[in-house]
Ligand binder design. Structure first.
Ligand code: ADP
Ligand code: MG
Length: 712
């Protein structure tokens, strides 16, 4: 069904083919409907007219009424500008134009009364206004732009063709006249009543042409709610469809391997959270449905043991399993610790990474396809085509945020008894998938990013851990930091020193690292002290060798780049010193800090920073000092950086929201999700008449998504 909203944008009054082409290119806007969804990013109040005498620096935008008494062009070439003197009863102010002088100058009339709108700026102790919007008083009164007005994002190209913020405002007003009476409701009567929402049409019109603030807020609420509701509906529907339609292998029993290990070799008592999570996973594995689960747990919460125990369940049921880690160091560490834990049991564990020798690789591939190997641990190397299992039943992915979405998809979509990645034989059931992450994701974001997964959370650290003490030192107090390190080493503990490496290829960063290493080596000289260094440009066997020396306690200090960020476990290490800590993001700082505090002794995290800090940098470091709670840190991170910068959001397309904001509208996300859950619970495929608006709109969204995927 075509509607006015599908009309091509060039047919809108004030647009035409040229501007239309620009709107296509710059803003992806092709139709009336799409332009309508291009909402203002803020609103300004044009209801009040100030006098020049009232101007002060606390006023961001101002509306004045007065006359121009003088116009002149001053300066040469680059500094050429148009200056007008604007006066009212209370004083005078300069208006300045740097661009468009040619056509602005002749359009200004001396001694005519204007309403102007602009941003006063202080220059040489005097206020002036650059590039004000000017309307003759008669016009201003006619165009009714005397209340709240939306401000639209524009670009240089758009502005050149007459689509400045103001130009876009103008065509939006034309558009509203055209589409009145044609904007259909998208929500059900129930929902409208329940939350006392404006109709879709009212809300859209008010968002572009607000009458007063109260109405505007109601309009924005309605539109944001709707957007988030449909987002959640899509995510949840996927989840429902997944769990209803994709069958999984049933791991019916807990057998010898699990029981033997649990009763004889478990090195510690599980925390209650670990027990609970294992039960949740076990229930999934035995349900006959396909498991697609995210395990969230702060650094050091003991996710590896959960992975191992649940892998044993798969083995007990006759299946092979696989554990994939993002880095070679981490995969190797998993391999050695799991191998040691299973030391006396008859379970065949192997490690496959990019640097596995060809002969070993061949042996592994043979033993995989014959079913001899029970657990294969590795890096991306596991995803390669020729890595074929006999009967893969369960895949665990560690630190999943480190894998790109494409890789995640590879695991998701495959369901095979042969390779991890590809599958042709559809009659085979897919292996169960558990992804583990230590990056705490704010709940609101998790609901959206991972809304299609089931989520388990380990919210408890093993007993006896002392909270890590975090201290921030400015550069000038470096010697104190070294003093603390010395004390800890004297007690027999080990120390990490981490340098930022924002760009792996940047030689500057390596220079910092190498200089730091020299300094440390001088301050902590051999033979009394042993200092290791590890970074991304080292050969992997050298890297491993150094890493292993530190793991075995043969070196006191490990100087490195962030290669050790993920997963490495050395319980004897008690100090994490982070150099140029202001250059790291919050979640990365938290990850790094999690490398210590794994034993029973007091651990320290030292944040070294330059003496000058930006206010955001300060806020990040203060947050680290004040809390150890990963989720709290994640919330601050989301507020500081916005959702676009949080790992995984860019690729997910979730940041393409038109009006809602994942960082700011947290409560609304919860509300919208709850409502979506309720609707789907009662009517999973939206067949009830009362949900027909919802069904139609959802179909439209899906349709337009499809069209896009065809284009891109
Ligand atoms: P993460 O969740 O960060 O992957 P790990 O699995 O590496 O954490 O566990 C961190 C450390 O805690 C390891 O040394 C591990 O042996 C230990 N650990 C895990 N669970 C427990 C527990 N229930 N009691 C005591 N120590 C534990
Ligand atoms: Mg881990």
């Amino acid at each position: 069904m075509s509607s006015v909203l599908d009309t091509k944008i060039e047919f809108l009054k004030g647009v035409g083919p040229q501007k239309a082409e620009l709107l296509n290119k710059e803003l992806n806007i092709y139709t009336f409907g799409q332009l309508l969804e291009y909402y203002p990013f803020r609103y300004i109040d044009k209801s009040k007219v100030f006098t020049i005498g009232e101007i002060n620096s606390s006023i961001a935008y101002i509306q004045l009424r007065g006359i121009i008494t003088k116009i002149e062009t001053v300066g040469e070439r680059q500094s050429k500008r148009l200056v007008a003197k604007f006066v009212d009863q209370t004083g005078e102010i300069e208006l300045i134009w740097f661009r468009g002088i040619k056509w602005i100058a002749p359009s200004l009339k001396i001694n005519h009364e204007y309403i102007l709108f602009g941003k006063p700026t202080l220059f040489n102790n005097k206020f002036n206004i650059t590039h004000p919007e000017m309307d003759l008083v008669e016009q201003a009164l006619l165009s009714k732009s005397v209340g709240l007005e939306g401000v639209y994002n524009s670009s240089e190209k758009l502005t050149k063709k007459g689509l400045s913020a103001k130009g876009i405002h103008k065509i939006q007003q034309n558009l509203i006249q055209q589409v009145k009476g044609h904007i259909f409701e998208t929500l059900s009567e129930n929902i409208l009543m329940k939350y006392n929402l404006l109709s879709k049409e009212e809300a859209v019109i008010l968002a572009h042409a607000p009458t007063n603030d109260e109405q505007l807020q109601k309009a924005l609420f309605r539109l944001k709610f709707e957007e988030l509701f449909f987002l959640q509906l899509q995510i949840l529907q996927q989840k429902v469809i997944h769990s209803e339609t994709i069958a999984g292998k049933t791991f019916g029993e807990i057998g010898t391997q699990f029981n033997t290990f649990y009763s004889n070799y478990l090195p510690f008592e599980l925390t209650n959270a670990q027990k609970r999570v294992i039960k949740e996973i076990r229930k999934d594995l035995g349900s006959g449905k396909h498991m697609n689960r995210l395990l969230q747990g702060d650094v050091g919460s003991g996710k590896t043991m959960v992975a191992l125990l649940t892998m044993l369940i798969a083995i007990d049921n006759g299946y092979q399993t696989s554990l994939m880690a993002p880095t070679e160091i981490l995969a190797t560490q998993h391999y050695s610790s799991i191998k040691e834990l299973l030391n006396t049991m008859e379970i065949h564990v192997e490690l496959l990474t990019g640097s596995t020798k060809a002969s070993k690789r061949k042996e592994i591939i043979d033993n995989l396809s014959s079913g001899k190997i029970n657990i294969l641990i590795g890096t991306h190397a596991l995803l390669e085509e020729n890595v074929k299992f006999k009967n893969l039943g369960y895949v665990v992915v560690d630190e999943q945020h480190r894998f790109g979405v494409a890789q995640r998809a590879k695991l998701w979509n495959k369901s095979s008894n042969s390779t991890i990645t590809s599958f042709e034989n559809k009659s085979e059931l897919p292996p169960h998938v558990l992804v583990m992450t230590a990056t705490p994701i704010p709940r609101t974001l998790a609901m959206t990013l991972y809304g299609d997964l089931d989520v388990s959370v380990i919210d408890e650290l093993p007993k006896g851990r002392k909270p890590i003490k975090t201290i921030h030192f400015f550069e000038s107090y470096r010697l104190r930091a070294y003093g603390l390190i010395e004390e800890e080493i004297k007690k027999g503990r080990q120390v990490y020193i981490v340098y930022p490496l924002i760009n792996e290829s940047e030689t500057m960063d390596y220079k910092d690292l190498m200089e730091g290493f020299e300094n440390i080596s001088q301050r902590f000289p051999t033979p009394q002290y042993q200092v290791s260094i590890v970074h991304g440009q080292m050969k992997s066997d050298v890297k491993d060798f150094e890493m292993q020396r530190f793991v075995r306690g043969e070196t006191n200090i490990m100087v490195s780049t962030t290669v050790i960020e993920v997963g490495v476990n050395v319980p004897n290490a008690s100090v994490m010193l982070i150099e140029s800590a202001e250059r790291f993001g919050l979640s990365q700082l938290h990850q790094l800090r999690g490398r210590v505090g794994r034993g029973a002794e007091q651990s320290f995290c030292i944040l070294m920073s330059g003496n000058k800090l930006s206010s955001e940098g300060k806020q990040r470091l203060n947050t680290m000092v004040s809390t150890n709670d990963g989720f709290e840190i994640a919330e601050v991170d989301l507020k500081l950086r916005g959702p676009g910068d949080i790992q995984g959001t860019q690729q997910s397309g979730l940041v393409n929201l038109k009006i809602a904001d994942l960082a700011k509208d947290g409560q609304l996300i919860q509300l919208a999700r709850n409502e979506a859950v309720d609707v789907l619970k009662e009517d999973p495929i939206l067949q009830f008449t009362k949900n027909s608006h919802i069904r139609n709109h959802l179909m439209k969204i899906k349709q337009s998504k499809k069209n896009w995927s065809k284009i891109s």
